[in-house]
Design a protein around this ligand. Structure first.
Ligand SMILES: *[C@@H]1O[C@H](CO)[C@@H](O)[C@H](O)[C@H]1NC(C)=O
Ligand SMILES: *[C@@H]1O[C@H](CO)[C@@H](O)[C@H](O)[C@H]1NC(C)=O
Ligand SMILES: *[C@@H]1O[C@H](CO)[C@@H](O)[C@H](O)[C@H]1NC(C)=O
Ligand SMILES: *[C@@H]1O[C@H](CO)[C@@H](O)[C@H](O)[C@H]1NC(C)=O
Ligand SMILES: *[C@@H]1O[C@H](CO)[C@@H](O)[C@H](O)[C@H]1NC(C)=O
Ligand SMILES: *[C@@H]1O[C@H](CO)[C@@H](O)[C@H](O)[C@H]1NC(C)=O
Ligand SMILES: CC(=O)N[C@H]1CO[C@H](CO)[C@@H](O)[C@@H]1O
Length: 196
């Protein structure tokens, strides 16, 4: 715990220093530290590190770009209910743009948070609340894509199976219950607002 606190303090100093730089540098730094912290969290649970999934990262970035113009206040509008797609404009196009076939996303989860200036303490603490942590703790999720824009951080978790690896390769539909997969995907699309 002390280790985490120290890391965060250092990160905060780094943030103060780089704040004047381009926002994409800022975003990339926040994403890099988040990935490291999530992998430390996984290590503490004896789970393998997340490996970066470039398709999932592409989707995470696209979703973050879409959400960028939304204020944190409206974040809960983006939570999704069973059987609906994430409430993001042209979600299908976002997937196509990343060369992802929808059949390969069924078991994936999309976890956005909205935190002013992506304060790393609050971002990580939001991801480690039970409703998101249960996915981070799940050994089925081995891949990760992280995207961010302004106040939005989006994590897309992928599995090592054809129904969740965000592949662009077409495949026969896997023999899983569609309804169950949709629950997994869309329960995951919960939006966290820091300003509620
Ligand atoms: C897992 O990630 C942590 C944090 O980035 C790193 O320190 C560690 O070396 C990684 N472990 C492996 C096996 O890659
Ligand atoms: C989707 O988001 C918009 C804001 O962009 C909101 O007005 C609308 O109510 C949301 N729809 C649902 C079903 O949450
Ligand atoms: C993913 O699955 C393949 C084949 O099932 C296996 O060879 C590979 O080691 C797995 N990767 C991880 C990170 O579990
Ligand atoms: C994802 O699954 C598809 C279909 O099983 C497979 O062809 C592809 O190699 C997998 N991709 C990754 C990155 O595991
Ligand atoms: C994707 O899943 C649908 C059913 O939801 C199926 O009809 C379609 O053939 C599948 N496509 C591929 C490329 O596997
Ligand atoms: C798919 O699952 C059903 C039961 O859920 C089973 O009857 C069927 O044989 C399975 N098909 C394949 C190809 O595994
Ligand atoms: C779900 C969750 O933990 N949301 C929190 C995200 O962080 C902000 C700022 O600390 C909190 O206000 C939210 O409750």
């Amino acid at each position: 715990m002390a280790f985490f606190t120290l890391r965060f303090s250092l990160f905060f100093l780094v943030l103060l220093v780089v704040q004047g730089k381009a926002s994409c540098d800022y975003d990339a730094t926040a994403e890099k530290y988040l990935l490291e912290d999530l992998n430390l969290y996984r290590m503490s649970l004896n789970l393998p590190n997340f490996t970066e999934n470039s398709n999932a990262a592409c989707l995470a970035n696209n979703i973050a770009s879409q959400l960028k113009s939304e204020t944190c206040k409206n974040a809960f509008h983006y939570s999704s209910t069973l059987g609906t797609k994430p409430n993001v404009t042209e979600y299908d196009k976002l997937m196509d743009g990343c060369d992802i076939k929808e059949n390969h996303t069924l078991q994936g989860v999309i976890l956005p948070v909205c935190v002013p200036r992506l304060d790393p303490f609050l971002v990580l603490s939001n991801y480690t609340t039970p409703q998101y942590a249960k996915y981070l703790k799940d050994s089925n999720y081995i891949g990760i894509g992280i995207g961010s824009e302004d106040n939005w951080m989006v994590i897309v978790l992928s599995t090592n199976t054809s129904t969740g690896n965000f592949s662009g390769v077409a495949s026969l539909i896997a023999n899983v219950s569609m309804g169950k997969s949709l629950v997994v995907l869309f329960l995951g699309f919960l939006v966290v607002s820091a300003v509620s």
